[in-house]
Design a protein around this ligand. Sequence first.
Ligand SMILES: C[S@@+](CC[C@H](N)C(=O)[O-])C[C@H]1O[C@@H](n2cnc3c(N)ncnc32)[C@H](O)[C@@H]1O
Length: 349
Amino acid sequence: MSVNSVRENDRVYERFQLIVNGPALFNAVVTALELDVFKLLSDHPGSDFDSIRESTRVPAHQLRVLLHALCSTELVDKRDGGYTNSSVAQELLAGDGPDSWRHILLGWQKIYYPAFAQMTPALRAGTNTALATHPGDEPTLYQRLAHDPELEKVLHASMGAFTLQSVPGLLDNADLSTVRHLLDVGGGDGTTAKQLVELHPNLRVTVFDMPSVTEIAGSDVPEALAGRLALHPGDLFADAFPQDADAILFSHLLEVFSEEQIRRLLAKAYDALPSGGRIFLYGFDAADQERRGTFAARLSLYLNVLATGQGMAYPAGDYANWLERTGFSGVETYTDLPYDHALVTGTKK
Ligand SMILES: C[S@@+](CC[C@H](N)C(=O)[O-])C[C@H]1O[C@@H](n2cnc3c(N)ncnc32)[C@H](O)[C@@H]1O
């Protein structure tokens, strides 16, 4: 039996081939997004080569190369001379709404993936050495992007779109029926806050984030929600949490920090809440990290190489343990949510 025939049906070998060709194919997909190829094939399924060329204005030879790459991913299918989106491309890549993978992938290409070339020195050094390419002397990417408003918008459009993809795990499981005022710490561009106030007509949400980010959050609040969405610019370590919330949410936030910083933030949340106040921790979960979780694994690498130089997709059990050690009771954990996510909740006695 030849080596090739052994590997023919080997799932790991199939994954290996995709991984090693991934950087090139990933960039081909982003180029297709930038040239609006998926949108064209959505509006005109079965478009032929000449009409794609006319629409994209890419020279014939280079377009042939790009279309070959897209067909090799199976995101685009060529049949009888016409090109069509696969159902995955149609669902995830053809639109350009705020939840589109277009924004996610553009952010990964422009910010995350260039940094991964620095992975070995960053992991060896034990800090986010890839941050050196971003102007400023602050220790995290979030702080440095305040010097580069255009790139900061790209990051928040990317995080916001990913949050819209993954937020149903929070909306479906977090019981906010008794909550009047929720503080969303590190609430980013307000994507989660807007979803929450839309879903809960009696809820007010305050987004606490850095000033350059709350400015983005405040730039497109629908009028109908404006009275129930407040902004609190500041530094979540240096500045006090507002004291009038009866619940606190950390969404995709704690994973960016070390255990010591997380425990400081949980203690700060405990002090800011009234008796009976609720806490909600939502984000990536590395529950079974030796066996699965490509989203969680990618996120952990990004955090260590570029964003903060620490943190990871901690197992949900760690959060439950830290909540209990902070003094929260009735701790509940919801795991196996989409995109390797988990929700951990508790109550201040
Ligand atoms: C990974 S994003 C999560 C955004 C949002 N919660 C979500 O689920 O999409 C982390 C957020 O924490 C904010 N952040 C990081 N360090 C901060 C600090 N020291 N003070 C205030 N906000 C901070 C960043 O600006 C960013 O919006």
